[in-house]
Design a protein around this ligand. Structure first.
Ligand SMILES: [Ca+2]
Ligand SMILES: [Ca+2]
Length: 358
């Protein structure tokens, strides 16, 4: 039986149902504001700054730190979740243990070292597994990934297929497609990484992936929730203007930024908000209350719903928003936001970082 595939292509607030043969995208998510503004204000994008900065002044890591390139996230208790979108609710109090966390998103350079040492081939570099996706059209069964391309006009309402395209040959080494490469982009976050890829890298390092609770605790860095935290952050790589047509790039980057271009949070973690979304270990369930608020569940362990079936592609929780999050279409540049991402679909605004639990 052909199973429907739940594709949550972020950047926009789009939960996208890509079902069966035609992979019909269907936006089913809420929007921060009426996206009609996008249709009627098909603004020419001007003043888009290219991501010409290839490296930022990332401070050297603490040479005395027991875990190189990682920072210590202390144990603690906090209110997890938020109230902007339904899937963030309910806010609840959780307690997590301390752990080490990569201070930046994993970079192309770091991922390349892993591939060189192990010969690992990412999911996006392999043909799509027909066992789970037998009915896909031919071009979508080829090895590839979903790439964001800024549209020049919108003729189909807010159909996200106008800005997301499946590109055969796109992968972490060729983020925009076969003609692109990551030359001189070693300090950029690696993208087109699936859950399996992220986990393989983490295991190679002797690390693991953060749970949603661990990631959110680290992103909050001990700060109390303030109303202003719902505002678009000034100190992160997000989208300024009306998504997806107008990006003024006031933050300095129209696309991805090298890691560490914006100030670290109170615990020394860079780009937790924005730049690339980050994969977590938790399986996504829209109503979080059913997945991981039950008594006895451990925020330090990956959350799985009762229906979880090993070996079947799941949607995983991703956190932090990306360079595509704008006030009109993805107010997910917040620690408490969350989104689902099909775990075996590579996309151009998703990366990850690892943790080490002593
Ligand atoms: Ca930006
Ligand atoms: Ca990030």
């Amino acid at each position: 039986m052909q199973k429907s595939r739940l594709y949550l292509l972020l950047g926009g607030l789009c939960f996208i149902l890509m079902a069966g043969i035609a992979r019909q995208f269907k936006a089913v998510e809420t929007k921060a504001v009426e996206t009609k503004a996008v249709e009627t204000k098909a603004v020419e994008t001007t003043a888009v700054v290219s991501s010409s900065t290839l490296q930022c002044d990332l401070p050297l890591p603490d040479a005395n730190a027991p875990k190189s390139g990682m920072v210590w996230v202390p144990p603690g208790q906090f209110d997890m979740g938020d109230s902007v979108y339904p899937e963030e609710k309910p806010v609840r109090n959780v307690q997590v243990k301390g752990f080490w966390m990569d201070r930046t998103e994993v970079t192309n350079q770091e991922f390349a070292a892993f591939v060189k040492a192990t010969g690992y081939v990412t999911v996006a570099e392999r043909p799509v597994d027909p066992k789970y996706h037998a009915s896909l059209p031919e071009h979508m069964r080829q090895a590839g990934a979903v790439v964001f391309k800024m549209p020049t006009k919108l003729t189909q309402g807010d159909d996200p297929r106008q800005w997301w395209q499946y590109v055969p040959g796109a992968n972490w080494q060729h983020p925009g497609g076969p003609a692109s490469n990551i030359e001189k982009h070693g300090q950029f976050p690696v993208v087109h990484i699936t859950y399996e890829d992220a986990l393989a890298y983490a295991k190679w390092k002797g690390h693991t992936l953060p749970t949603e609770a661990q990631w959110e605790w680290a992103a909050r860095a001990g700060a109390k929730e303030l109303p202003s935290q719902h505002d678009q952050p000034a100190n992160a790589n997000t989208w300024q203007g009306i998504f997806p047509m107008a990006n003024s790039a006031e933050d300095g980057f129209a696309g991805l930024a090298p890691v560490g271009c914006y100030g670290a949070n109170a615990w020394g973690l860079f780009d937790m908000i924005g730049n690339v979304w980050e994969m977590t270990a938790d399986v996504f369930v829209a109503e979080r209350v059913t997945a991981n608020t039950g008594q006895g569940l451990d925020p330090d362990s990956a959350q799985k719903p009762p229906t979880f079936k090993a070996g079947t592609p799941q949607a995983r929780v991703i956190k932090g928003g990306s360079f595509l999050c704008a006030p009109n279409y993805c107010m997910r540049y917040r620690a408490g936001s969350r989104q689902a991402q099909e775990e075996d679909l590579a996309v151009s605004h998703l990366g990850f970082r690892t943790i080490f639990q002593p």
